[in-house]
Design a binder for this molecule. Structure first.
Ligand SMILES: [Zn+2]
Ligand SMILES: [Zn+2]
Length: 282
């Protein structure tokens, strides 16, 4: 059952959803920026960031973002919903592999928030889309995860600027039922290496809630990773639902709040949607 937002949902009564897709993302066939804004206001959210996909990996079935059309739509929504802060954004898939195209997009657009993501990994025969993991019989879980962590390190060492590291542990969303269960602890060293690189780079870790209410898939990353982030020196976490439909806005925020509070973080009243150490001003 999906956790829907409503005016009576105290879990999302304040703050922002910093990872939302609309009809401007190639894979959000049921997306609607306008309806998302309407529901965000009804839920009491102060702000929403529309972080549309810009995927250049052809094998992912991806597509470029129509930045002009997207920004026009965003401006219309800003005028129509003055009570809501509507941030522009983009989710770059493997931008380190396509630095010129990603750089051109960032230079041409006015993006308040840039997410860096790895949806694809190196595999025999070319890039492999991790959302198709269940259809793959080419590799073992360990080989998949090794390639995934390498992709993240390449992203974090790449030249394209971004603000937020999106949905760490992404492969677990698509973990095949026939494999041994995914366990965060099995990849502690690799995850901590990624977190250290993210701290070094100065990006913010995202807590992605899209599957947060599913006890098997869970939050991305898992709660213990948020604890490791704090130990590594990470001082802020960005909260986003990764909604691809308006009625998924804020889904999973209730469970995420408990994790963030447990990690000693508070909702920033300076940067809506960020959770930070008390008194920390990012
Ligand atoms: Zn993504
Ligand atoms: Zn996304």
């Amino acid at each position: 059952m999906s956790e829907r937002v409503s005016g009576a949902t105290p879990a999302v009564a304040t703050g922002a959803d910093l990872h939302v897709h609309s009809e401007w993302s190639w894979d959000a066939v049921d997306g609607s920026m306008e309806e998302s804004c309407r529901l965000a206001i009804a839920a009491g959210l102060k702000a929403v960031a529309f972080t549309e996909h810009a995927d250049y990996s052809a094998l992912a079935g991806g597509a470029e973002l129509d930045a002009v059309g997207y920004l026009e739509c965003l401006d219309r929504c800003r005028r129509k919903f003055p009570a809501l802060k509507v941030w522009s954004g983009v989710e770059l898939g493997e931008p380190h592999r396509f630095p010129l195209r990603a750089g051109d997009l960032l230079a041409a657009g006015r993006f308040d928030l840039v997410l860096g993501a790895a949806h694809c990994i190196e595999a025999p025969g070319g890039l492999m889309d991790l959302s198709q993991l269940a259809n793959s019989d080419r590799d073992s879980p360990d080989a998949i995860m090794r390639a995934y962590f390498q992709e993240l390190l390449d992203l974090l060492h790449g030249q394209v600027e971004f603000h937020v590291l999106a949905h760490l542990e992404y492969p677990k969303r698509y973990w095949p039922a026939g494999w041994p269960p995914y366990r965060t602890q099995d990849y502690r060293a690799e995850l901590q290496a990624v977190l250290a690189a993210a701290v070094e780079r100065g990006v913010v870790l995202e807590l992605n809630t899209s599957a947060g209410i599913d006890p098997i898939r869970g939050l991305c990353p898992s709660p213990e990773v948020v604890g490791w982030w704090r130990q590594a020196g990470g001082r802020a976490v960005s909260l986003g639902s990764d909604a691809h439909r308006p009625d998924r806005l804020g889904a999973g925020f209730r469970v995420a709040r408990e994790v963030l509070e447990g990690a000693g973080l508070v909702a920033s009243d300076v940067r809506w949607g960020l959770w930070t150490e008390p008194f920390f001003k990012p």
